[in-house]
Design a protein around this ligand. Structure first.
Ligand SMILES: N[C@@H](CCC(=O)N[C@@H](CS)C(=O)NCC(=O)O)C(=O)O
Length: 208
């Protein structure tokens, strides 16, 4: 059994989708971020950075408990545990690694910074907002160009690279003027991934 600690944002959604896709049984726990529960010692023991998502696999390797955080690390773990969505082919794995890293290192942080400066910063700075809007578009442009003429982010089958990138195209992008309409390849790919039952279930988790 896996305990999932999360919220229904982009960072959580990719793990929710993966758990549904892999058919692993799990117990979801919503973490009260506005109430500061992610900074309690009890949660910091799961992720010392005080961020969701995190999981505890009570039946980890060799029967031991394992605790993980960072969405992409959780996806790799669940893929290896389930043997799903992570092909053995080294060339495909290289492409998966590249795009998982690119989304984590470039696109995710651009949207996180944009959210903070737009919604939480005590002082507003147009220059800062412009910078992170531009960075978000830079990442989306790269993903859109990569998806031209392709059905999947890596190789020729659905993989954890699609699961990792999907919430960016389904959720984060809606915070930009114009949304996904400026990105035709990304839109086509998002619409096809959205049809999957596990994706629908994962995206609905914690949503009333
Ligand atoms: N790099 C992390 C980012 C996780 C993250 O920023 N989670 C947000 C919620 S969407 C959070 O916990 N924010 C609380 C905080 O930063 O204090 C991942 O990909 O899992």
């Amino acid at each position: 059994m896996i305990d999932l600690y999360s919220v229904p944002t982009t960072n959580g959604q990719r793990v929710h989708i993966m758990l549904e896709e892999a058919g692993l049984s799990y117990t979801p726990h919503i973490v009260d971020l506005p109430g500061g529960k992610h900074l309690d010692p009890e949660f910091l023991a799961k992720n010392p950075f005080g961020r969701v998502p995190a999981i505890i696999d009570r039946d980890g390797p060799n029967g031991a408990e394992v605790t993980l955080f960072e969405g992409h690390a959780i996806l790799y773990y669940l893929a290896e545990k389930s043997g799903r969505f992570y092909p053995d082919d080294l060339a495909v794995r290289a492409e998966i690694h590249t795009w998982m890293s690119a989304v984590s290192a470039n696109i995710g942080p651009a949207f996180s910074a944009l959210f903070w400066f737009r919604n939480l910063a005590p002082e507003k700075s147009q220059m800062t907002l412009d910078r992170y809007v531009a960075e978000a578009h830079r990442g989306l442009r790269a993903l859109d160009t990569h998806l031209e003429g392709r059905d999947y982010v890596a190789g020729d089958a659905y993989s954890i690279a699609d699961i990792h990138a999907y919430p960016v195209a389904a959720t984060s992008i809606n915070s930009l003027d114009g949304g996904i309409d400026d990105y035709p390849a990304l839109k086509r790919w998002r619409d096809s991934i959205a049809e999957r039952d596990a994706v629908k279930l994962g995206m609905a988790l914690f949503v009333d």
